[in-house]
Design a binder for this molecule. Structure first.
Ligand SMILES: [Zn+2]
Length: 165
């Protein structure tokens, strides 16, 4: 009888294990609350990306994953995680740059070069614009390659300043 009462009691306790907060709490533990800002949202919508898309791509990216692991191991090397778990380069989130995973690099450059607002600027200006909000390894090289391969740019150059080869 005693056992039956005991079991009954257990069954009617509200479930505590329903929320799997494991992965969530790991991210929260590794960031400092005072550094959380809303800047990340404007950075992302600017390039037409959702937080989820960037989060997934960052976690699949070898470089980003390595940095996230370093942060979680308390070996901070100038990188921070936001409240949303996104990886940024910088000591403070308020002045940090979003780390762009390799798979999204082309899209981010495109948005800062091909759009009406960007207006097909040169390598240096496109690079400087990107560096205001983003970071990835070999940024300069990738921007240079992209701008050099831009068809619209090469047409403009031919029109404005014809070169003899
Ligand atoms: Zn261009």
């Amino acid at each position: 009888m005693k056992l039956a009462e005991y079991e009954f009691e257990i069954e009617h306790k509200p479930g505590k294990k329903h929320v799997n907060a494991d992965s969530l709490s790991r991210h929260i533990a590794s960031m400092r609350p005072e550094e959380a800002t809303l800047t990340e949202m404007s950075d992302l919508t600017e390039v037409g990306l959702t937080r989820e898309a960037v989060f997934d791509a960052q976690r699949k990216d070898a470089y980003c994953r390595c940095k996230v692991e370093e942060i979680e191991a308390q070996q901070e090397l100038g990188f921070v995680l936001s409240t949303n778990g996104l990886l940024y380069k910088g000591d403070k989130l308020s002045e940090a740059k979003l780390v762009v995973p390799e798979t999204l690099v082309r899209k981010v450059i495109q948005r800062h070069h091909d759009t009406v607002f960007a207006g097909h600027q040169g390598i240096k200006r496109t690079g400087n614009l990107l560096k205001l909000h983003y970071y990835w390894p070999n940024m300069n090289r990738d921007v240079e390659t992209y701008v050099k391969q831009c068809e619209s740019c090469s047409k403009l150059k031919v029109g404005k300043n014809p070169r003899r080869w």
